[in-house]
Design a protein around this ligand. Structure first.
Ligand SMILES: Cc1cc2nc3c(=O)[nH]c(=O)nc-3n(C[C@H](O)[C@H](O)[C@H](O)COP(=O)(O)OP(=O)(O)OC[C@H]3O[C@@H](n4cnc5c(N)ncnc54)[C@H](O)[C@@H]3O)c2cc1C
Length: 389
């Protein structure tokens, strides 16, 4: 999908894509699925992507990054996935956590975390979801209270990715407001080895190197500087991190979609059943052509969302990022299903690397925000319809 005419990403962005694609291609889908199947992390790949500066493209230069924007990081994420190496934690550590800390952290927090996010040597998970607060994030009950010059954290989180490979988790909690008794959202960095913090793996029907966990905070005592940003500006800070999350999730999906489409296209050119390549039949060719259009539209919307975010338009980026995430997840689910179908029995054989993408692509419809909640958002904010929930 070359973009060489009137509309094109910058030459730098295109060069970044090509370089990441080459690097990811040297590892490839077989390496990635082998790691996932034997329960290993893709540590070498993550370190290599970090060493080349690709994890840190959006981290400010003074903290060891490339000084680019979320559009650059999203391009990295998409190219990795398109080469069969979708790195889920790219959505979290160098995107949400690095953005929130770069925008709202203290100088000390920035110096402590950003260089490690940029070169891939340090990871941070992100936790907002709770058993009774998934789509309805306003229901979170994990609570932080002040005790002298410490914070004390209590509560529970679920479906949190990558805790076992992270040094800390960025936790969305509510601050107990001693004066009014009201609760307010605020963000805390909690080390994974903190006293009182336990985490347990959730068994998932998802074969990926990254695992999901339930977290338990039992009076976890944290130093004062664990709070990121202002305890009174939590919602604003939170949303500043969630737009990059949606843009990255969209890129993850468009990358997966491109991978599946490429595999399908190659296959239908060579597989002959009734004396001609099956791609000669419109029943095979048209669905793949439709997916090509759906993927390209989703990519364009993702680039628009990233451009708005990088230009500082948080509100505009919110609408575009939701639309991009929706379009990308739908395109990915559809094309994975089509790619499997055109492979016949081979579509489910491990050798062809597509069957497991059914579950992986499906995640994009659920997380980080479900397709229904995106539709609610568009109905309410874009169409100005009454709030339906
Ligand atoms: C693989 C994976 C990794 C994840 N990683 C993380 C992570 O790292 N950090 C983190 O914080 N969270 C993570 N999550 C959690 C994810 O963000 C939530 O699963 C998601 O927000 C949905 O919440 P829920 O599962 O509680 O579903 P629910 O909120 O229970 O919703 C269930 C269904 O009801 C629908 N629904 C609910 N309300 C409405 C309504 N008003 N109108 C229409 N439909 C509605 C939803 O769309 C959904 O289809 C992860 C999830 C998965 C599957």
């Amino acid at each position: 999908m070359n973009q060489s005419s009137a509309y094109a990403e910058s030459a730098e962005r295109q060069a970044l894509r090509a370089a990441v694609s080459d690097l990811a291609g040297s590892y490839g889908r077989d390496y990635f699925t082998r790691c996932a199947r034997i329960g290993e992390k893709t540590t070498e790949l993550w370190a290599d992507v970090g060493k080349h500066g690709y994890l840190g493209v959006a981290v400010p230069e003074e903290y060891g990054g490339g000084g680019g924007g979320i559009g650059d990081l999203a391009a990295v994420c998409e190219e990795l996935a398109a080469a069969g190496c979708p790195l889920l934690l790219m959505v979290v550590s160098p995107a949400i956590c690095a953005t929130v800390i770069a925008r709202f952290g203290t100088e000390d927090q920035k110096r402590r975390w950003l260089p490690g996010f940029a070169d891939g040597s340090r990871k941070m998970a992100f936790s907002i979801t709770e058993p009774d607060a998934g789509s309805n994030a306003h229901n979170i009950t994990t609570t932080a209270r002040r005790e002298g010059d410490s914070w004390v954290l209590g509560g529970r989180k679920t479906y949190i990715s990558g805790v076992d490979e992270s040094e800390a988790v960025l936790v969305v909690a509510r601050c107990e407001n001693a004066r009014t008794g009201k609760l307010k959202p605020a963000l805390f960095v909690v080390p994974t080895d903190a006293d009182g913090f336990e985490w347990r793996p959730i068994e998932m029907d998802l074969v990926t190197p990254e695992k999901q966990f339930t977290l338990f905070f039992d009076d976890v005592r944290l130093p004062e500087d664990s709070l990121v940003g202002d305890e009174n500006a939590g919602l604003l800070q939170l949303f500043a991190g969630l737009n990059p999350e949606r843009i990255m999730a969209a890129s993850f999906s468009t990358g997966l979609a491109r991978f599946a489409l490429e595999r399908a296209t190659e296959y239908v050119k060579t597989r002959e059943v009734f004396g001609v390549p099956i791609g000669a039949h419109q029943a095979i060719a048209h669905p793949l052509a439709e997916s090509t259009i759906e993927i390209e539209l989703a990519r364009l919307m993702t680039q628009k969302a990233a451009a708005l975010y990088d230009a500082g338009d948080d509100m505009g980026a919110g609408e575009a990022a939701n639309m991009a995430k929706y379009a990308a997840a739908e395109a990915a689910c559809t094309v994975v299903d089509r790619a499997i179908q055109v492979h016949g029995g081979n579509g489910i054989a491990s050798e062809y690397g597509l069957g497991n993408l059914l579950a992986v692509s499906r995640v994009g419809r659920i997380a980080p925000v479900s397709r229904e909640m995106v539709l609610n958002f568009v109905a309410m904010h874009t169409l100005d319809l009454p709030k339906s929930y």
